[in-house]
Design a protein around this ligand. Structure first.
Ligand code: HEM
Length: 521
């Protein structure tokens, strides 16, 4: 169109304004996704249970006949995505607007702003994730197999010396912490009372507590942050002050240790050592150095924080599964004996010849997902999906629990059954949905440590089963306890891990005991 005269120009502007407002109005009239009716002011605050909300969201999906649900919380709208399809459509396919993360007052007060999974979508996230990715992408993680194998073998050995072979969550935490500290900082931790480990554990406890819906009213009503500390019932200032130094320590202490070791010429190869060298070479004494140093600190502390809680939980659920499903354990051991024999421990290179173990890893990720509601995203712009309006700024919650227990994908979803992933001729069945395509999250924010995690899980699961039988421990009547998995699933928190294991590791034979001893000098 030639808009050479003022009248034509005015017409063109009018037309554009008309089309834009017509479209905006049309969207405004679109309904929100279904969900429970909100109360004035409080919205759906009282509808969201503190305990296991992901189960309630599954019930709502049936009640409202929709896998996309809407709840209005006082400070923000939230959309729950109960199926892989809905999560992929929005968080993957429209990732240019769905990659932000919601921020809470408590995150700011406690100082969790260095954690990549909860960082806002922007410059800091891009830079820190780039540094992280350089060392944990699919082609990079093979470098860590030796350290992961060493960590697993030390774990097998510790179990040999454990009182009555008792399996504990602490010992699993030791395994995971030792490996990630070695890989990331070149630090060999001394034990679970090592300050590097206790700091991260304290920090994660605070993270988990803060994420319980309704645990801090200030997250729900951000204006409360202006209340002075002397007001009765105002505890968040004190909570922030108490946890802030510990959370900051997770970012600073191991980093300073690597710097110190490098200065003394004793730093073993590690991710952090390599990142420090990279930025020294690239930014030297320039004023950008400090900023870049901040990004690599973010990457290092996130590796440690994100790896420990997640991998640890999956290994704990695997141990409980083995005690509850002895027939699964026997099948896995039959495969290991057939492929590897009883005279050596598994290596990563055995993976392709062990389809049942591969299926067991997938089932361990699926059965009890360790982050049942993922790490929520936030949408940057108003959007439309299946005829519904998704308001700008909505918190997007992928209900990973619901996806893992979708009957259509996984018949009898509460049963631990690795065979669901195998074809009749014992290969991984490409027609069964692979849970590792969604338990690690979505889109641009997908877990950047997933290749490392899967490698750790394969090595741990195959090694434990090749030398140990996992059994329920005996109760007071001296008979094996009858374990019920729902007794172990915590009621609250962002992460799901059992509080205790109630299992023992029994060496499969004298030869197995010898192998374990020989594998650690
Ligand atoms: C079983 C083990 C693990 C599970 C199930 C898991 C799951 C997740 C999930 C659900 C997210 C959020 C994704 C999203 O926002 O959509 C995430 C983020 C992340 N995870 Fe993992 N994770 C695991 C292990 C690890 C390990 C071992 C590392 C480090 C070595 C790691 C590093 C990260 C990082 C850096 C992010 C942030 C990604 C971003 O926001 O850009 N994770 N993980």
């Amino acid at each position: 169109m030639d808009v050479s005269t003022p009248t034509q120009l005015l017409c063109a502007i009018f037309l554009v304004v008309f089309v834009v407002s017509w479209y905006a109005e049309k969207r405004r009239r679109l309904p929100l996704p279904p969900g429970p009716k909100p109360l004035p002011f409080f919205g759906n605050l009282f509808d969201v249970p503190r305990s296991r909300p992901y189960l309630e969201y599954v019930k709502w999906a049936y009640r409202y006949d929709s896998d996309v649900l809407f709840i209005q919380l006082p400070s923000q709208p939230a959309v729950i995505l109960n199926t892989v399809e809905a999560a992929r459509d929005l968080l993957d396919k429209r990732s240019s607007i769905y990659s932000d993360k919601p921020q809470t007052v408590m995150d700011e007060l406690v100082g969790w702003n260095w954690a990549i999974p909860t960082m806002p979508y922007g410059h800091r996230w891009r830079q820190s994730r780039r540094y992280f990715h350089q060392h944990f992408h699919a082609g990079a993680v093979h470098k860590y197999r030796e350290m992961q194998t060493r960590g697993v073998r030390a774990y097998l050995r510790r179990q040999l010396e454990a009182d009555g072979g008792k399996a504990t969550t602490l010992s699993v935490m030791h395994l995971v912490s030792a490996v990630i500290m070695d890989v990331t900082y070149g630090i060999r931790i001394k034990g679970m009372d090592d300050s590097f480990v206790t700091e991260i554990q304290d920090a994660i406890i605070s993270f988990n507590e803060m994420k319980v819906p309704g645990a801090f009213w200030v997250n729900v009503f951000p204006f409360l942050k202006h209340l002075p500390r002397w007001v009765p019932g105002v505890t968040f200032h004190r909570y922030g002050e108490m946890h802030r130094p510990r959370v900051a320590a997770v970012r600073e202490h191991p980093f300073s240790q690597t710097v110190q070791d490098m200065e003394h010429g004793v730093a073993p190869p590690s991710v952090m050592q390599s990142l420090i060298q990279t930025i020294q070479k690239r930014y030297g004494d320039s004023k950008e150095y400090e900023e870049q140093e901040g990004f690599i600190k973010d990457a290092g502390s996130t590796a440690y924080g994100a790896a420990v809680e997640t991998t640890y939980a999956t290994i704990c659920w695997f141990i409980l599964a083995m005690a509850i499903y002895p027939q699964v354990q026997e099948k896995a051991q039959r495969e290991l004996d057939h492929v590897i024999g009883r005279n050596r421990l598994p290596e990563y290179e055995d993976l392709d010849s062990l389809p049942y173990i591969q299926a067991l890893v997938l089932e361990s990720l699926r059965w009890i997902p360790n982050i049942p509601m993922g790490v929520p995203h936030r949408v940057l712009e108003e959007d439309e999906y299946r005829g519904y309006r998704i308001p700008k700024g909505s918190t997007m919650i992928p209900n990973i629990w619901a996806m893992c227990h979708e009957e259509a994908d996984y018949p009898n979803p509460y049963v631990f059954d690795p065979e669901r992933f195998l074809t009749k001729d014992w290969r991984i069945n490409p027609e069964v949905r692979d849970p590792s395509t969604f338990v690690f999250g979505f889109g641009r924010r997908i877990c950047a440590g997933r290749y490392f995690a899967k490698q750790s899980l394969f090595l741990t699961i195959s090694s434990v089963l090749s030398v140990y039988n996992v059994r329920p421990m005996n109760g007071e009547d001296n008979k094996p306890l009858s374990l019920n998995i729902s007794d172990y699933i915590p009621k609250e928190g962002l992460f799901l891990h059992p509080e205790r294991l109630d299992c023992v590791f029994v060496p499969r034979s004298a030869q197995a005991t010898k192998l374990i001893r020989q594998s650690v000098e």
